[in-house]
Design a protein. Structure first.
Lengths: 228, 551
């Protein structure tokens, strides 16, 4: 960040921020009540923990449908398309550069909010870990209907084991994710951005080709006239 | 390609969720609640039982034949039968008369009068005059009793309503002719006022049934644990249905009766073979909770409704049994025969109950007992005095039938009574002692000689005894189904869904909160703590490197 001017940029729209913090709340409640149901501690009482967990879990399922709809209709899904370009540069940065005070090799942009490491991390969370939790959780909740739905070949301990394993995955992600919020140019820069929508990013950083993901029809035109 | 894959997964995701939403109403479709504040199962049960007016068209105190002078029970019975011609014939076919399981061939000798064994006073054979004070008949002194004698049926013990009719404890079912003191409890038994008693008859009440069933095993609360004299006039806290301050149910409200056959389990025959509510079959007996309450009695969406397929109502709604009076939990016959100053003696222990009796051995009584839980399909299997046992370990005399894989079986509460009782060391069978009888008869309670008592008892039962005996530990189960507590006192979820909970020893299925996956937990915590350690070191590295730069 040395020498470069920082510009305040509007990165996250209202819905994104709302979704982020709603999901934060839901996941936290699910983790807290889930581990109580698993027998780790007593907090709300078993019955209350189960009821809250079921209610919030089903709520999350419905809210997630809206998120998927938003992703598809706004084209924001492009932010999650994985790439290997600059992946090692980013890894290298977090392993060494960050300690030397080097600038981030892939700064945020409105069109490319996620660096290659984030892309692969968020994609695996949103496309794999969370769906696994939702599906296993939904099946767990609907245990008594398995026979009626022709699902009686399922095994409760297996579904439960997957759900618990997934919970550990989510908890571990949460630890890493919260830590990574402190790696901005100030400790709270990223968190501030997720609250207000505005983040200070270095001025004049260009979008690279791989960061732009255009629609097919536009690709020909793009290649003839590279964007300025 | 990536885009396509992304779309497919996104749609799969959305479709799953839509399916889920569609599934919610079907999965949760339940009874419509009439009163928002009341569980539908309760509303149904109230409707099923609301008509309490029982009307009759006969006044027995005005029947001419009941004004006659009676000198004995059989004379009264003959008077009853002069109008109720079919009653004795009906009663003769029931287990209350035969003391044999009517659902198996008589040759199998299943029942009190057969070769069935318990770990209380063990068996009837050779002990008739004492045991048959609880027979609804007159004169069963020994095996020569005529089971076809209609006049030998005792109508009064079940139907009289004065509360003054007492059968003498050792009278083979007869009341006394003159006032007599029973040495066992130092109480005076008076001859009944036959006319008054006969003219009082009506439908059996709790007290009628309780005359025998509260005192099974020879004393109040000895046998069942969920049936004792506290149920004669219970409050709602003891039993929501029978409480005088509640519904005031009599036993026969649920133990409905056809042709003198009273609904209920007999040995390996369940009380009901299908789980039907009165909505599905209005002539079904009311013997099960579900008969009136349905199989989804709780408010819609309540998790307890999902439990009813595998957990019996009783498991949650009877948190403890013997809540007013203590019940006997263990009986050690091997300690019998000890004497003080050369004389048999008795000692009292906790709860004001006997802890020792030279005639019977050592006892353990308990109050507010948490049940044991087993899979139960309604049948209880048992061994008889003919079956071979393995005396190297405790012998289960009876045990609940059913398992996790039995679709008719549910988790059910039980009292488990532990015993230590005589067995044949050579034949490897449990032994029947002759306990009751006069000196010279070989009865243990008169002569304190096990060998003689066992010889006489086995002889009376028509079974062989090698002459070699010892004592073996045994267990005997009783399903717990009475003393249903008010809903506020229901067993809490955590009491089963925890590692040391009520169901800790019930294996063969996964239960959240009780069971965990060791490997997954170890792996999971390594993952979480590993991440924590990694980010901590990374953070420390940043702090140190930036402070160096500034320094």
């Amino acid at each position: 960040m040395t020498g470069k001017k920082m510009v305040n940029t509007y990165l996250y729209t209202r819905y994104e921020r709302f979704w982020h913090w709603l999901q934060t709340a839901l996941i936290t409640i699910l983790l807290v009540t889930g581990f109580e149901v698993d027998g780790l501690y007593t907090l709300l009482g078993y019955k209350m923990a189960v009821e809250v967990h079921n209610f919030v879990g089903l709520g999350w399922l419905i809210a997630f449908a809206f998120f998927v709809f938003w992703l598809l209709t706004t084209g924001e899904w492009k932010q999650y398309v994985p790439t290997t370009k600059k992946m090692f540069t980013v890894i290298h940065y977090y392993m060494l550069g960050i300690f030397r005070g080097d600038p981030h090799p892939v700064p945020k942009r409105k069109e490319a909010k996620h660096n290659p490491l984030q892309r692969i991390a968020y994609l695996s969370v949103a496309m794999f870990l969370l769906p696994v939790q939702m599906i296993s959780g939904f099946l767990y909740w609907s245990y008594n209907s398995w026979a009626a739905w022709g699902l009686d070949w399922l095994s409760l301990p297996v579904v439960a084991a997957i759900h618990i394993l997934g919970a550990f995955g989510v908890l571990s992600f949460l630890v890493g994710h919260i830590y990574m919020t402190t790696t901005g140019h100030t400790i709270f820069a990223h968190i501030r951005a997720m609250i207000t929508g505005w983040e200070e990013i270095p001025e004049g950083v260009e979008l690279e080709d791989w960061e732009k993901r255009r629609r097919k029809g536009r690709q020909a035109a793009d290649s003839e006239a590279p964007s300025a | 390609m990536k885009r396509l894959a992304f779309f497919i997964s996104a749609w799969a995701c959305a479709a799953t969720m839509l399916l889920g939403l569609a599934g919610i109403p079907t999965a949760r479709a339940q009874l419509e609640v009439l009163d928002e504040n009341q569980a539908p199962g309760r509303t149904m049960a109230q409707q099923a039982t609301k008509e309490r007016q029982i009307w009759i068209t006969a006044d027995h105190s005005r029947h001419a034949i009941l004004q006659n002078e009676f000198k004995s029970g059989p004379e009264v019975t003959k008077a009853c039968l002069s109008c109720h011609e079919l009653a004795a014939g009906q009663f003769h076919k029931t287990i209350h008369w035969t003391w044999l399981d009517p659902n198996v061939p008589a040759g199998e000798r299943i029942g009190k009068a057969g070769h069935s064994i318990n770990n209380f006073c063990i068996n009837l054979n050779g002990n008739e005059p004492r045991c048959t004070s609880c027979h609804a008949g007159y004169g069963w002194r020994d095996s020569s009793f005529n089971f076809n004698d209609e006049a030998a049926v005792d109508c009064l013990v079940c139907h009289e309503q004065t509360g003054t009719y007492k059968k003498f404890p050792t009278g083979a079912g007869h009341p006394v002719q003159t006032p007599t003191v029973f040495k066992g409890n130092n109480k005076t038994y008076n001859p009944p006022d036959w006319n008054k008693v006969a003219q009082s008859v009506g439908r059996p009440t709790r007290t009628n049934c309780g005359t025998c069933h509260f005192y099974g095993g020879g004393g109040d609360g000895v046998k069942h644990g969920d049936i004792d004299s506290s149920l004669a006039k219970p409050n709602k806290a003891l039993d929501v249905h029978m409480g005088l301050d509640g519904q005031d149910f009599d036993c026969v409200r649920c133990h409905t009766t056809t042709l003198h056959n009273i609904a209920g389990r007999t040995y390996a025959t369940p009380a009901a073979t299908s789980r039907k509510s009165l909505i599905e079959d209005d002539l079904a007996s009311k013997i099960m909770c579900e008969s009136c309450h349905s199989s989804t009695p709780h408010k819609p969406g309540i998790k307890a409704n999902d439990h009813t397929d595998k957990v019996a109502c009783q498991s949650c709604h009877i948190p403890e049994f013997a809540r007013v009076n203590a019940t006997k939990m263990a009986w050690d016959w091997s300690k019998a025969g000890q004497k003080k100053d050369g004389k048999p003696y008795a000692a009292k222990g906790p709860h004001g109950k006997p802890s020792y009796d030279s005639k019977k051995g050592e006892f353990r009584w308990e109050k507010d007992v948490k049940p044991a839980y087993f899979w139960f399909n309604g049948a209880i299997n048992a061994i008889t005095a003919r079956d071979t046992i393995d005396p190297s370990q405790p012998v289960a005399i009876n045990w609940p039938a059913g398992s996790r894989d039995d679709e008719n079986a549910r988790i059910f509460p039980f009292k488990v009574h532990e015993g230590k009782q005589p067995y044949d060391k050579i034949n490897k069978t449990l032994l029947i002692p002759k306990l009751f009888g006069p000196k010279g008869s070989g009865a243990y309670w008169a002569e304190y000689d096990w060998k003689k008592a066992l010889d006489k008892g086995m002889q009376a039962a028509g079974l062989s005894f090698s002459g070699e005996y010892d004592f073996v530990e045994t267990s005997y189960v009783f399903p717990i189904t009475h003393m249903v507590a008010p809903k506020e006192n229901v067993v809490a979820c955590i009491e089963c869904h925890s590692t040391e909970g009520r169901l800790a020893s019930l294996a063969g299925f996964y239960m959240p909160g009780r069971d965990d996956f060791k490997t997954i937990n170890v792996f999971g915590w390594i993952l979480v703590l590993g991440t924590l350690v990694a980010v901590t070191f990374h953070g420390l590295g940043r702090v140190i490197s930036s402070s160096r730069k500034e320094g």
